[in-house]
Ligand binder design. Structure first.
Ligand code: A2P
Length: 275
């Protein structure tokens, strides 16, 4: 089993491991257990958020594991009440306190909340906390091309855009907008939670062909598509499985078959939903 996870460089210089552990909807105790176990399995990238209410648990798990802080990559996200220049500083100070760390590796605006229309100001606040070293890299989550354009028009370019993405929801428009601006695409719910993705006949065929599981084929599609993926699992066996994807390669034909799986699975609409 080869679990050495490649890391991609971000413009700020931070290196983001291409597979991370999603932690929603784990509570503090579950997150602490999952993160501690995950470190032992080789995970170095952990994704949390103010809204998940488990940052404390993620911090406890990291300390329990004994992992050196410098070896961990921690992402967190803040809610709409902090969408202001100074609010971002308060948000990240509260997050680092809950995590028990001096800085976070990646800070994301969790949802754009376009009705509020304050994400441009929030992003300016993120640059300030980045300059102060509280945050290494800055990005957004659930941003559509129009939201990214508004930021870019203000001279602001996120390093990462974390979106709901899986083979049923390949989100080509957002990925193209990301690529055009040099933004790395990150996938939440990469295994298509809420759909029958993992029972998809093409995935079963490819899993048999490569001697892997459907989940591993999906995650390999992410890796070969240049996408960072953060599958959530609290089950040690599935956690290990989700990291064990670096000893095989999908061929070009299979990649393009996977690219053809798009269907009408619903995507959370960030023009109308957000917190
Ligand atoms: P569990 O925590 O019991 O492992 P996503 O990150 O795409 O939202 O997916 C999360 C869901 O998929 C969780 O319900 C998780 O359950 C399950 N899951 C995670 N990894 C795998 C896997 N390798 N195979 C099947 N189901 C998985």
């Amino acid at each position: 089993m080869n679990t050495s996870v490649p890391a991609l460089p971000l413009p700020s210089g931070a290196l983001i491991p291409q597979v991370g552990l999603g932690t929603w909807p784990l509570d503090d105790d579950e997150a602490a257990r999952a993160v501690d176990t995950a470190v032992g399995l080789g995970y170095r990238h952990f994704d949390t958020a103010e809204n998940y209410r488990n940052e404390k648990g993620v911090g406890v798990g990291l300390r329990r594991s004994g992992l050196d802080r410098g070896q961990a990559f921690i992402t967190t996200k803040f809610n709409k009440e902090w969408h202001s220049f100074d609010g971002v500083r308060r948000a990240v100070e509260a997050s680092t306190q809950r995590l028990g760390t001096e800085y976070v590796d990646l800070l994301l605006i969790h949802w754009p909340n376009p009705d509020l229309d304050r994400y441009v100001e929030a992003f300016r606040g993120m640059r300030a906390v980045q300059d102060d070293g509280l945050v290494r890299a800055v990005g957004v989550s659930n941003f559509k091309p129009a939201h990214l354009k508004k930021l870019a028009d203000a001279g602001l370019v996120p390093e990462v855009n974390q979106i709901q993405l899986d083979p049923y929801r390949p989100r080509r428009d957002v990925r193209e907008a990301n690529a055009g601006l040099g933004i790395l695409t990150e996938a939440w719910s990469p295994l298509g939670k809420g759909t029958r993705l993992l029972a998809e006949p093409l995935l079963l065929t490819l899993a048999a062909k490569y001697g892997k599981t459907p989940a591993q084929v999906v995650l390999r599609w992410d890796i070969q598509s240049g996408i960072v993926a953060i599958p959530k699992s609290a089950n040690p066996q599935r956690m290990a499985e989700n990291l064990d994807i670096f000893d095989f390669e999908l061929d070009a034909r299979d990649l393009s078959s996977l690219d053809g799986l798009e269907n009408d699975a619903a995507v959370s609409d960030s023009d109308t939903f957000g917190h």
